[in-house]
Design a protein around this ligand. Structure first.
Ligand code: HPA
Ligand code: ZN
Length: 337
């Protein structure tokens, strides 16, 4: 890697401008206080901190997910959804992101008479506009949720299929509480999207153990796992991930906040990487977790000694796993090198 940004990073220790690929970011969990105030001017800093920025440590994933509901309530109009897109692009630009995949669940933003198609269209339009304005290439992943029923998951899968023809929609994901709700009702949705040749990724191995990662791989055919960090508990699974080239979308700060790992220094990301597992680094929920991608990189440098060369390698892995068309992949590859 020979970019000016890498030279600056090596000389000054400043990782801000290092070009980054971020595959796992929930559009609906990133609103800054300024963006919330554009939507509802009455939300004070104190209220924002109480309702939107989660505590440093939640009791569980389920507890953490309660904060996401406050963002959801804010994002029920076309204007609010566009503000969310503008806000996350500004945050990503400040982090040196060159390629991003943003995800959201269209079926929980149907306030104000919006149809699911219109929700996806307006997010897609604003994403294309912000991509153009910032130079950050981006794809959209539509999420179904663990507490959706089979019909809602199929409807989300059909949205992926329809909107992939015209816009930046690239894949289906499933988010939500992986402990409380099994994958079974959602499998036909994943079959539909996979058989259409589109991308799939699955939140697993976060609150759920290694068996949840195996289940996702075996039953949805995914080659990408959101989090997957609990795979580190199972050496046979690590062999499988390495041999099959499965990519983990690792979000270290979120895993501490959801109590999946006890402390930043106990995070298995370094062990996973040393075991040869392919992975990239993301923020998951910039607002709920009160984190920036550059901060995630700084922690990895300070705790595990990661160098700009290590960051280049994980960004290359993330680009290889991205649901991006070849021209985008080549352009982003040049930005990384
Ligand atoms: N897991 C499951 N659902 C989510 C998450 C997560 O980390 N973040 C936002 N929705
Ligand atoms: Zn997530």
């Amino acid at each position: 890697m020979t970019t000016v940004a890498r030279v600056i990073a090596e000389d000054s220790g400043d990782l801000t401008a290092l070009p980054k690929v971020e595959l796992h970011s929930h559009l609906d969990c990133c609103l800054s206080h300024d963006a919330v105030r554009r939507i509802d001017p009455g939300v004070t800093r104190e209220r924002y901190e109480a309702l939107f920025a989660g505590p440093p440590r939640c009791a569980s994933l389920a507890d953490f997910l309660k904060y996401t509901l406050n963002y959801r309530a804010m994002l029920q109009t076309e204007r609010a959804l566009r503000i969310a897109v503008q806000d996350v692009f500004a945050q990503m630009a400040a982090d040196g992101v060159v390629y991003a995949e943003l995800r959201f669940a269209p079926l929980v933003h149907l306030g104000d008479g919006l149809s699911a198609d219109r929700v996806v269209e307006c997010v897609a339009e604003e994403t294309a506009r912000q991509s153009e304005a910032t130079g950050i290439d981006a794809g959209l992943i539509l999420c179904t949720l663990r507490d959706h029923d089979a019909g809602q998951s199929l409807a989300t899968a059909r949205l992926v299929e329809r909107h992939s023809r015209t816009g930046p929609v690239v894949a289906l994901d499933i988010a939500g509480d992986e402990i409380a709700h099994p994958l079974d009702p959602h499998l036909p949705a994943f079959d539909l999207v996979r058989e259409a040749g589109l991308g799939v990724t699955v939140h697993a191995g976060e609150a759920g153990g290694p068996e949840s990662v195996r289940e996702a791989l075996d039953r949805t055919g995914t080659r990408r796992i959101g989090h997957g960090v609990r795979s580190a508990e199972d050496p046979a699974l690590l062999d499988r991930l390495r041999n099959e080239g499965v990519h983990l979308e690792v979000c270290p700060a979120s895993n501490v906040q959801t109590a999946v790992v006890p402390a930043p220094e106990a995070h298995p990301v370094d062990r996973l990487r040393r075991a040869g597992v392919r992975l990239g680094i993301s923020t998951d929920t910039r607002g709920v977790t009160n984190v920036r991608l550059t901060q995630e990189y700084e922690r990895l440098r300070d705790l595990f000694g990661w160098t700009p060369a290590d960051f280049h390698a994980v960004n290359r892995d993330a680009l290889a796993a991205a649901f991006a068309a070849d021209p985008v992949r080549r352009r982003v590859g040049r930005a990384l090198d």
